[in-house]
Write a protein that binds this ligand. Structure first.
Ligand SMILES: Cc1cc2nc3c(=O)[nH]c(=O)nc-3n(C[C@H](O)[C@H](O)[C@H](O)COP(=O)(O)OP(=O)(O)OC[C@H]3O[C@@H](n4cnc5c(N)ncnc54)[C@H](O)[C@@H]3O)c2cc1C
Length: 381
């Protein structure tokens, strides 16, 4: 086993307390949340009170101002326990960092304390019914009204994580529809704005406790002050923040695969066929050996990417490589583990079955794995 060196002892202490928090406050309720289609508000509030949300937010805005390794711990522990409904990663690693990076002082004062204490759940709305991979094709538009004080926002979004629970949504919209990518901006839209409606909580094959929604905007008046960063810079901001999102996916992928492999090793030692333990078959040992070797390599790579990110050196192409490889590995490993469980592996009662369904989307969101290959390919030729 290769010892992990990316974390310090304080991260491991944080890990222990967060794991205990999840074991007490999320594990017992997750099956019910899967039926409800979302986790409870209370979970967010409690997590906020204990400092588990957006730990990188600076102290002057209510956070603890620590580095991204604390987010990584949260991502890993949520994944290890198979708590796929807990959308802290999307909030802390993806949405809130936009406000930290591009928000005005006033926006930071207004929103960040609530993002930290659990009063404000965030989402980011890029995808539309007609546009996913090709973000430049976004049709949602925001035009300044005659007074010049408000944008009038129109359009619809789909597949938005935390979409039902969100109090604040970062909406990707065209503020200059004729300017292509250069006409794209980010708007901070509060959920109680008139004309903003949350549509269906979408039914998915996995991540059942995660609320994934349609969002509709009809003549929503968004104060000009809620423009995030500069007008027309939205596409560039998205490109700058995507490596962190892909790192977050990679951390989740490898932690989930490691956890399912561990559980599978226990299972094959206990399960018997032909009067022997399943683990005594050479095929089982070879499969376990392959998976263990693959995950050893993947762990080194993801930890290196985390290290690079802390040093502000994780580039777009390396993050794309991580997202591509880690999610392919996650899906392959969970599939093999399911096979080793036989029919029980197909039963939702078993974590491996839920992990199988939960994992599939990792190859799709945060940029599909085909888009990752485009990014990597373009950097080569
Ligand atoms: C559970 C879930 C949660 C999500 N959460 C969010 C969220 O919080 N916010 C948000 O904005 N979005 C979210 N998404 C949307 C997600 O990011 C998109 O689904 C994804 O980007 C793909 O877009 P699409 O679905 O429109 O597929 P399409 O873009 O239509 O792609 C269809 C297929 O074509 C392939 N393809 C497309 N272009 C190319 C190309 N140039 N070359 C080769 N192949 C190509 C794709 O790889 C894919 O296989 C979520 C999706 C899901 C399922």
């Amino acid at each position: 086993m290769i010892k992990r060196t990316v974390f310090e002892s304080e991260h491991e202490m944080f890990r222990d307390s967060f794991r205990k928090f999840l074991t007490d406050e999320a594990v017992p309720y997750h099956a019910q949340w899967e039926k409800d289609g979302q986790v409870s508000r209370e979970l967010w509030k409690k997590a906020g009170q204990l400092g588990y949300l957006s730990p990188t937010v600076p102290e002057e805005y209510g956070g603890v101002g620590v580095d991204f390794r604390y987010n990584a711990v949260v991502d890993e522990e949520v994944a290890r326990l198979g708590l796929s409904g807990v959308g802290f990663g999307l909030h802390s690693d993806i949405a809130v960092p936009y406000i930290m990076a591009y928000g005005t002082e006033e926006q930071k004062q207004r929103y960040l304390p609530g993002c930290v204490n659990g009063d404000i759940v965030t989402a980011i709305a890029m995808t539309e019914p007609g546009t996913g991979s090709d973000l430049q094709g976004v049709k949602t538009n925001a035009v300044l009204d005659e007074s010049g004080e408000h944008y009038i926002l129109n359009g619809s979004k789909t597949f938005i994580t935390n979409g039902q629970m969100a109090d604040l949504v970062i909406v990707v919209a065209k503020t200059n529809p004729d300017a292509g990518a250069k006409g794209t901006s980010l708007l901070l839209v509060e959920a109680n704005s008139e004309g903003f409606e949350k549509g269906q909580n979408l039914e998915k094959i996995g991540m059942k406790a995660q609320d994934t929604s349609e969002l509709f905007f009809q003549d929503v008046k968004v104060p000009k002050d809620n423009l995030l960063g500069a007008d027309g810079m939205g596409f560039i901001y998205l490109m700058q923040e995507l490596p962190q999102e892909r790192l977050s996916v990679g951390l989740n992928a490898i932690a989930s695969a490691e956890s399912i492999l561990e559980q599978t090793i226990t299972y094959v030692k206990e399960r018997k066929a032909f009067g022997r333990s399943i683990s005594s078959f050479q095929n089982t040992q070879f499969k376990l050996a392959e998976m263990s070797a693959t995950l050893t390599m993947a762990r080194v790579f993801v930890d290196k990417c985390l290290d690079l990110h802390i040093a502000k050196q994780l580039d777009v192409v390396t993050a794309a490589k991580l997202k591509l490889l880690s999610t392919d590995i996650q899906c392959d490993i969970i599939d093999e583990c399911l096979q080793l469980h036989g029919g029980y592996g197909y039963m939702l009662e078993y974590p491996v079955a839920r992990a199988y369904a939960d994992a599939r989307v990792q190859k799709i969101y945060a940029g599909t794995n085909e888009i990752m290959k485009l990014i990597i390919g373009r950097s080569i030729v």
